[in-house]
Design a binder for this molecule. Structure first.
Ligand code: ADP
Length: 462
């Protein structure tokens, strides 16, 4: 099959979140399965920092290669994309984001023609690319080049929809008739993701549970009604994990490599983590790790309310993260109050993240909602037992055989799971079996890619 992906961020060229990982890894897994894939993204200022060779393709389009031969095309427009941030700066989102990404979608569609790549499937990611599904059915509908292309739109987090003032609608170059309740209109504003959801041939999101959750008023962020209407074409496919980066057997950042066959070697990583973080070196104290954006979504509200009780258990906790200042302050307060129990690291630090995944016994991820989540998949691979709230991708990857799951989003229920984990940790046989089950889990991209291929095949038949 021939697949073109449009994404506003792609590893290794530009990244603000998990979308970039997916857009960088899925094409390689599809290529490995024998499909022909190209990726199209904006030519941001940071693209050059990846230090990969970039060649000119045509006026306004350059390209590079990832994997064996996946071509990545960059859509140029200096005023729009030659900026320090992808979507905004310290003052907030760029005010012209509607123009920037409608330009990107239109130009990306044109570029397919210029490079003579007529895909079977146009795979679009998030609100920034979702307009392409609309243009395919409107501006491009009379052009034979685009007639056989089917679109798939993946929603990575429905909390981000691309919402703009109604007055901006004419800039999309579309008929005013589409500013209706069925398509773009959202509380008298323009909602770009909504337009894409209403027009894409198929819609996917990044876990099966999240695909159900976004159809509910609680987690649909206002789009649940439309998604219920389109449920026949909506599905969930879990993201994969890049095991060339996240493998305790080969990880370059950790003190001692270990594997499912030799999980005991993890003890050295624990001792090292305790030392680096200024915590008492003791193999018998349960060591919790947390690597996270410090945002409400990630469960910081219920965690904050539980820290007195948590420290009363005698367990240790290493936190690595940055985010909302109010959570920086809250966590600082507790780390000063309990310096022997909590090590707080308010920064982004890839190396320390690896050490935490490897050296902790238990991984805390009490997210209120989590479309897919990487942290729990990584921690499972490192035999670090996750404690999670039953939501989205966490519900699809963690269960009582490999972790601890609580199903009411309340600090009392979080703490019940923490107590259970602490007590299980004391039972060496039980713990060894949990660790073994965790390390056996396989979330490889190959599995996800196979599912996308099935979805593409369905879309192609439509
Ligand atoms: P999200 O994309 O919502 O932030 P995920 O769990 O899907 O959450 O992915 C987060 C990724 O970012 C994980 O790989 C995690 O290890 C990493 N990460 C988050 N915060 C930090 C940090 N402060 N330092 C290093 N890595 C981090």
């Amino acid at each position: 099959m021939k697949i073109a992906m449009f994404s506003s961020e792609v590893v290794p060229f530009a990244k603000t979140g998990g979308l970039a990982d997916v857009a960088g890894a899925l094409p390689l897994a599809l290529e490995y399965c024998g499909h022909e894939v190209i990726v199209v993204m904006p030519a941001y200022r940071c693209v050059g920092e990846a230090k990969l060779k970039i060649s000119r393709v045509s006026e306004g389009v350059t390209s590079s290669i990832i994997g064996k031969g996946v071509r990545v095309f960059f859509i140029e427009n200096k005023p729009y994309f030659d900026r320090p941030g992808l979507y905004g700066n310290e003052n907030g989102d760029y005010p012209d984001n509607l123009e920037r990404f409608s330009f990107f979608c239109r130009r990306a569609l044109e570029s397919l023609k210029e490079i003579k790549f007529g895909p079977d499937i146009l795979h679009l990611h998030d609100w920034q690319a979702s307009l392409a599904a609309v243009y395919l059915k409107t501006l491009c509908s009379k052009d034979v080049f685009y007639k056989k292309i089917h679109s798939v739109l993946t929603i990575h987090n429905i909390g981000y929809q691309g919402i703009f003032a109604k007055e901006e609608f004419p800039k999309l170059g579309l008929d005013w008739g589409l500013f209706d309740i069925e398509t773009f209109e959202f509380f008298n504003k323009v909602n770009l993701l909504k337009g894409g959801i209403s027009m894409a041939d198929f819609i996917s999101t990044v876990s099966q549970t999240y695909a159900k959750e976004i159809q509910t008023p609680d987690l649909g962020f206002g789009l649940d009604g439309l998604l219920r209407k389109r449920r026949n074409v909506l599905s969930g496919i879990l993201n994969g994990l890049d095991y060339s980066v996240w493998d305790p057997d080969t990880d370059r950042f950790i003190t001692q490599n270990f594997s499912q066959a030799h999980p005991g070697d993890k003890a050295l990583d624990k001792a090292d983590l305790q030392k680096i973080c200024g915590l008492r070196r003791d193999k018998d104290v349960p060591l919790f790790g947390m690597v996270s954006r410090l945002a409400e979504q990630k469960g910081l509200d219920i965690l904050g309310g539980s820290l007195d009780e948590f420290c009363g258990t005698g367990a240790q906790l290493v936190i690595l993260g940055t985010g909302d200042l109010k959570y920086h302050e809250l966590l600082k307060k507790f780390s000063l109050k309990y310096p022997k129990s909590i090590s707080l690291n308010l920064k982004f630090d890839d190396s320390l993240a690896h050490k935490i995944y490897a050296g902790s016994d238990i991984f805390l991820m009490p997210s209120r909602y989590e479309p897919c989540g990487l942290g729990q998949m990584i921690s499972l691979r490192y035999g670090t037992i996750p404690v999670v709230f039953k939501t989205g991708g966490l519900a699809d990857t963690v269960n009582r055989n490999n972790g601890f799951v609580f199903s009411s989003y309340r600090k009392e229920d979080l703490m019940k799971s923490v107590h259970k984990a602490v007590s299980a940790f004391g039972d060496k046989d039980k713990w060894a079996s949990l660790v073994d089950n965790a390390m056996r889990c396989n979330f490889s991209w190959k599995i996800s890619a196979d599912k996308y291929i099935q979805l593409y095949a369905k879309a192609k038949k439509k």
